[in-house]
Design a protein around this ligand. Structure first.
Ligand code: ADP
Length: 160
């Protein structure tokens, strides 16, 4: 059975993430969408809120498991017995960081953890959770970037 882990902050999930999840679910038997629980970052949404939003927007896929993880990705992958990580690439600016992460994970896993990249759909190449949070913080319309239930959560967070 082919399995892959798609890790990230998903703070919050956007149409860009959903596109990657959809494409992964077509090509792998099982996709773990794994929300990083990292106390050092100060996310807008709690890890529970991020998991709930992901579950709400991926209800149509039956080969996806959404859960949280902390610590090193290589340890989590080992625990799941998965040898493949998935990351999305938007632009050259993503590439350098992602390349270093992929090479580091390969090295520290003793050559057992591979990373594959999916280039973003052109439609979403500009889109990031950071931008969405920023627009929402100024009470802007985020309906083009995230599904309605996520937009509602953002509006609630920012009190409008
Ligand atoms: P990070 O792990 O840097 O906090 P995110 O949680 O926002 O990043 O994203 C998780 C993964 O989804 C990363 O591989 C990121 O490149 C990818 N991603 C984010 N936004 C998009 C997008 N618009 N299109 C494709 N991939 C994306």
């Amino acid at each position: 059975m082919s399995s892959i882990i798609y890790p990230g902050s998903f703070d919050p999930v956007t149409y860009g993430h959903i596109d990657i999840i959809k494409r992964a679910s077509k090509n792998y038997d099982l996709v773990y969408v794994s929300v990083l629980d990292n106390n050092k970052k100060s996310p807008l949404f709690t890890v529970e809120e991020r998991v709930k939003m992901l579950k709400d927007v991926t209800g149509d896929f039956d080969n996806i498991i959404i859960e949280t993880f902390g610590g090193l990705l290589i340890d989590y992958a080992k625990e799941k017995n998965v040898h493949m990580i998935l990351r999305g690439l938007r632009a050259l600016t993503d590439f350098e960081y992602e390349l270093h992460m992929a090479q580091t994970n390969y090295l520290i896993s003793g050559g057992t953890l591979e990373t594959v990249f999916l280039p973003t759909d052109l439609e979403y190449s500009y889109l990031s959770s950071t931008t969405v949070r920023e627009i929402a913080s100024f009470k802007g319309d985020v309906s083009k970037f995230v599904p309605d239930c996520v937009a509602q959560s953002l509006y609630k967070k920012f009190g409008y």
